[in-house]
Structures are given as C-alpha cells and as structure tokens.
Design a protein around this ligand. Structure first.
Ligand code: NAD
Length: 335
C-alpha cells in the first residue's frame, strides 16, 4: 500500500480533500494517508505554517496531495505554496483545462495543458523596500529552469500525441529575462521536430484565449504568466472549481487543484470537489493506477453531464458531500 502525505489545508481544504479520500476509496485504491497539515490551520495548532512534521512526511513519502492554503496578502512572510514548490523543486506545474459537457460556456472545444514554471520568475521571493515609497521585486530566469520546463512540456506533448506547443512571453519588453526563457524553449523545441512550435506575447495570449481557445494545445510559460493564464483558462471552462493541477519534480510530486481556499464558502458544504478529485486522478496516473483514474474521471464526467448532483458554482444545487457521493456511487456501479 502506498503512503501519501495528505495536507488538508485551509478554508474549503478539508471539505475537498475529504471528497478525494472518499472517491479513491470508492475506486478500491488502497492508500495509507499520512495526514499532516500546513498553512493557517497548522499555524493555529502548532505555531508553524510549515510544521517540521510536514517537511519530514513529504521528504519520506515523495508524493503529497495538498488542499489549498491561505496566504495572507501583503504581510511579511513568503507564500507557503511557493516555499513548498521551491523546497521540493517541483518545477513543473501542470494544469489540464478541458471543456466538460453539461457545463454551459461560450466554448465547448477547449483542451489545453498549461506548463507553468514553478520555482523562479517573479515568484522567486526576492523583494524589498529600496527606500520609503520605492519597492523592488527581482525576476530570476535561469537557463536550467527554463530548459527543464520546456522539456517537460514537449515530453508531455510527445507522450500524449499533442500537436502544438506555444511558448508565452513578454520578451518584447523584458528582452533579457523573457528573452532567455524564449531562447531556451526554442532550443528544446528543436529536439521535437514532429511538434509544431510557436511563440505568443502574453497580453495577446489573453485575447487569443478568450476568442479562439481551440487554436491552442500545450502552453509553456514562466511562473507569473502561468499563474494568471491558468485562472483565465479555468474561467473559460466553467470556473476554478473544475481545474486540476500537479507540481512535478524529478522525484517528488505534490498534487493540488488550481483554486485557493475560497474563504467565503468555507465550511458551508458548497465547494465543488471536482478540481481536487481530478487532481487526484493525476496522482493516480502518476502512481500507476491508471485504470482507477480513468473510472473516476468517467464518474465525474457523468455526474456533471447528468447535472442532478452538481454544486452551485456550476449551476446546480447539490452540496459538496452530495456531489461526492454521486461520484462514488457511479464509480462503485462500475467496479
Ligand atoms: P480562490 O481560488 O480561493 O477563489 C476564487 C473564486 O473561486 C472565489 O469566488 C471562490 O469562491 C471560487 N472557488 C474557488 N474554488 C472553488 C471551488 N472548489 N468550488 C466553488 N468555488 C470555488 O482564490 P482567492 O480568493 O484569490 O484566494 C483565497 C486564498 O487562497 C488566498 O489566501 C490565496 O493566497 C489562496 N490561494 C491558495 C492556492 C493554493 O493553495 N494552491 C491557490 C490560489 C490561492
């Protein structure tokens, strides 16, 4: 039995990670969950945002499933998410964004996979007040990190027979930093001649995605642009309640939804569990449980398409627990 670290997190975290545990159990995959919290909840319990026990658990198990963590805005400490991604060098943040039948949006043919560089860029955490009224943040782009995210994107495209990789940048203005990012992705692209490669400036990319999302396939971006474009893309397919994600490194992987702790709906049994459940299917694929992952995805698709047990963010009236239960029932009916 595989031991996996489970970080329930803050806000809606407990509700949506409980849904993940129930669904995986329904699919008959035995996982020994090592539950260790991080974030605000952990701070209140232990006085540490990232308790030593959490660090030890992820280092030992190498795989974690993480609920969202609240990061207070503008106060003096670094984001826990960014800290974990940097500490474990989970350099590829992979976010598949796909239209789902049953959810009305202006487009029904979106099928994107976003590869966001996860360890540097403007999120490297080097920020200071130069003098009163003047603040400075440093953006770090390295050849090593840019090439490895490029390689992850192209390897994924090759493995999953995707047609095109688009590098997103602002090298017209940030000529040296984004210029280096682009040079690195270009050099990786040469090793994959069967995959079409193109470059789009990030502001144009925003417009392209809200007008012609079907033209795009795999996107590779530096950290900040990847963060922003992920939420934009989530909006195109029905919202943050639907989009999964994974932070993948060479030997450690942390799976989590794109969304945050949604404090306004926390504790109300209203959160859509789909994003976390689909992140769990990415985790099951990663540990070789592809068949269970597939069954869970089919169950999610069925429940959303049927529309009887869906949460309010996607137009339904069901609770988190009802929707989770409906997904579990479908899985059990196919076991
Ligand atoms: P958010 O993703 O928490 O919420 C944005 C909007 O989406 C809200 O309207 C919310 O209700 C809705 N939403 C999000 N997830 C949903 C779900 N599963 N079901 C239904 N609706 C959902 O973003 P925010 O409000 O900008 O951030 C809240 C907190 O979360 C902040 O402290 C932020 O730093 C943190 N955050 C954490 C992560 C993470 O842990 N990976 C990611 C993003 C934000």
């Amino acid at each position: 039995m595989k031991t996996i670290t489970l970080i329930p997190g803050d806000g809606i975290g407990v509700e949506v990670t409980t849904a993940v545990q129930r669904v995986i159990e329904a699919a008959n995959v035995a996982i020994d969950w090592e539950v260790v919290n991080g974030g605000e909840t952990a701070y209140l319990e232990t006085g540490q945002y990232i308790p030593d026990e959490l660090i030890d658990s992820i280092s030992k198990n190498k795989i974690a499933f993480k609920g969202p963590i609240t990061t207070p805005i503008g106060t003096g400490f670094k984001s826990i998410n960014v800290t974990l991604r940097q500490k474990y060098n989970t350099y590829a943040n992979v976010r598949p964004v796909k239209s789902m039948s049953g959810i009305k949006t202006p487009f029904d043919n979106i099928d994107l996979v976003i590869f966001r560089e996860n360890t540097e860029g403007l999120y490297c955490g080097i920020e200071h007040l130069v003098t009163e009224g003047v603040a400075e943040a440093i953006k770090v782009i390295t050849e090593k990190a840019s090439k490895r995210i490029g390689k992850s994107a192209f390897e994924y495209a090759r493995k999953h027979k995707r047609k095109k990789v688009t590098a997103v940048h602002k090298a017209n203005i940030m000529k040296i930093s984004d210029g280096l990012f682009l040079d690195c992705i270009r050099s990786v692209a040469k090793e994959y001649p069967e995959i079409e490669y193109e470059e789009v400036i990030v502001d144009n990319m925003c417009m392209q995605l809200v007008m012609y999302p079907e033209r795009y396939d795999v996107l590779v971006l530096p950290n900040l642009y990847g963060d922003i474009i992920s939420d934009l893309a989530a909006g195109l397919v029905g919202g943050l309640g639907l989009v999964p994600g994974a932070n993948i490194g060479d030997d450690i992987a942390i799976f989590e939804a794109v969304h945050g702790s949604a404090p306004l709906i926390a504790g109300k049994n209203m959160a859509n569990p789909t994003a976390c459940i689909l992140s769990a299917t990415m985790m099951l694929d990663y540990i070789g449980e592809e068949s269970a992952a597939k069954r869970i995805r089919q169950a999610v698709e069925f429940v959303i398409k049927e529309g009887r047990y869906t949460t309010s963010d996607i137009g339904g009236t069901a609770t988190t627990k009802d929707m989770t239960e409906a997904i579990c029932q479908y899985i059990k009916s196919k076991n």
